[in-house]
Write a protein that binds this ligand. Sequence first.
Ligand SMILES: O=C(O)CCC(=O)C(=O)O
Length: 268
Amino acid sequence: MKSLNGTYSLSAEQKQFYRENEFIKLKNVLSADEIAYFETVITDQVSRLSPNLAPLEARDTYGKAFIQITNIWKRNEAVKQLVFSTRLAGIASTLMQVDGVRLYHDQALFKEAGGGYTPWHADQYYWPLESPKCITAWIPLQQTSLAMGALEFSAGSQHLLSARGLAISDDSEVAIEQMLTASGCDRVIEPFDLGEVSFHSGWLYHRAAPNTTEHTRKVMCVIYMDKEMILKAPSHADQQRDWHTWCPGARVGEPIDTPLNPILFETN
Ligand SMILES: O=C(O)CCC(=O)C(=O)O
């Protein structure tokens, strides 16, 4: 496996686009060989680590949306190479305009054939993080059509405050859809080429359609935060759970510096 530690250059227009819209889709971040390699490794990990799931029709909306396997980097050296890659972490750091990034956590999100929609939501509802300097790299492990459930973004919606208290649910889908329609924010839904990766910020609203194909939509995510990120007092039980799951031992009001949150990129 070639090193993933090269640099991916972002143009001034791309940086400006992210500053305004807080998401971006970038082509050729990974090569076809790299995707093929990680598709095999991550599929193997997901099948080993997946719990015995009820049939799709018996699950709730969250359960139908995807199989979610987290912090795979702790169990597999090859996945650790991807999660720790400075190519990806450097993009995250540049887009957020910070001096470096730490890992918040990783997760595979596999939307099964026939799997349901992912309701509109903003990730930072779940995260006990003091600042908005956090970002998800959404890394499809195949070419991803709209029919498979490509990620959809509401451009610039990070400024909308009224739905920030909503967890992922059928209710968030309806309420956020109404808020976004009224806001006039553009909806961006496009297929992903092989090797294309998107980045979106913690408060940016996004969703995905159901997977109506016969193939699983395989995606790996890496979630980064500013290396100086401070833990905030949790506002509700979901943030309390995230604290103990993703940064156990971190203290409220202090930088999140635990063994689960290594620095992955620094500018100097
Ligand atoms: O993959 C999906 O369907 C949803 C992904 C998502 O919500 C995220 O990466 O923040």
